[in-house]
Design a binder for this molecule. Sequence first.
Ligand code: ATP
Ligand code: MG
Ligand code: MG
Ligand code: MG
Length: 470
Amino acid sequence: MTGNEVRKKFLEYFKKHNHQVVRSSSLVPQDDPTLLFTNAGMVQFKRTFLGEEKRDYVRAVTSQKCVRAGGKHNDLENVGYTARHHTFFEMLGNFSFGDYFKEKAIAFAWDLLTNGYGLPADQLWISIYLDDDEAFRIWREDIGIPEERIVRLGEKDNFWAMGDTGPCGPCSEIHIDRGPEFACGPDCKLGCDCDRYLEIWNLVFMQYNRDASGKMTPLPHPSIDTGMGLERVASVLQNVPTNYDTDLIMPIMRKAEGLAGKKMSDSAETEVAIKVIADHSRAMAFLIGDGVLPSNEGRGYVLRRIMRRAIRYGRHIGLTRPFLHETAGVVFDIMKPAYPELSESRAFITNVIRNEELRFSETLDKGLTLLNETLAGMAAQGRTEVPGDVMFRLYDTYGFPADIVQDVVRDREITLDMKGFDARMAEQRKKSRSVVSFTGIGEAYKTLSASGVKPEFTGYTALSAEASVL
Ligand code: ATP
Ligand code: MG
Ligand code: MG
Ligand code: MG
């Protein structure tokens, strides 16, 4: 089953069960200033769950574009290293707004996985929240899962909350045992965070309202929010070891291999680099498609970090000319059936990527030389921390986000002096503020508006702080 077919089957299954098929919302959350990017299917329904917005349906199904590369959910550093994490991915989800609850949600999920997709029932494992005996009973008695394959996990994995207050409730996750060859060691078990018991689907049972004192009262109309990773299910159905090996991503990696004249099998490092390039190519195409542009603040800075990280990995495998606009080109072809609008912006997106590549290429090599000389100097003196001053020069003069330095020193006993770096940044901000106040912000604004430049919304203060410079 192709990735596009997996997505279609999901939407059709829930449509058949009276769910409204709703389009994915933008990666830039429309009315949620607390969130950097849409990171789950429920984001576009937040106000519906809160009862602030009424829709003319009580069941919905989506395939939602998600980015987890900053803020509370940040999988950026997992990319290239685990079989299952991306910065950009699609989350398939069914939702009930005060309509069906736990029993039906579990029955739907089980039916679709085993009968619809034909997954082997005896390899599926269930996790539930510690005290959720109701979920235990449904899985055990109604569905017939043996007790030893139902695992109780704590708050971190199996309790969901919209925020410190508001709707919350236990979750139940469905995992598939990919076999002992995926185990992280002899003690490997569900919940240990490796790729063996692959989490494919999370069912959230929104059943309480938490107040400021932490007290939870049952919601009058409990709701359902679920999320299943498209690329993960595709990897299982296509019987390949990682998400990257599916038809949703492999063609991008092949393109990168071709451009570099290297194979992933050449070395572990080459494999990581190519996976990062493929993952980030998807993220940048979709982010730019949703109106984010590389910049030095907020969302734009996360995009820039993603792009520059990919460019640096490219350089590592010998890609010295701009290549990302070409690997991103493959994304349009793969995604065209589901996201035709992305292809319509192809020329624009390609241009933005190429410009960023050209811009960063000018300074990347010089920055790498400075970093490598610094590392050599540190080794000679037995020092293990990259000084904040160097970090600042790399950032300020050569456009290096700190992630790049982190990537270069990964797996070595080296730390980064982020405190020193932050201090230099603060100093610089203070200086630039005094320049602005000297000119007068009003004057500067008038000059810009007169020349047709509109002030760009770069997020609320909390947002910029969250995205900060890392
Ligand atoms: P994990 O524990 O593997 O990091 P999660 O518990 O953080 O996953 P959820 O927040 O429950 O994930 O999201 C719902 C589903 O979305 C997951 O069950 C998984 O299938 C998928 N998913 C989550 N994060 C990613 C990611 N970074 N890349 C690809 N798919 C993801
Ligand atoms: Mg996670
Ligand atoms: Mg999890
Ligand atoms: Mg989960």
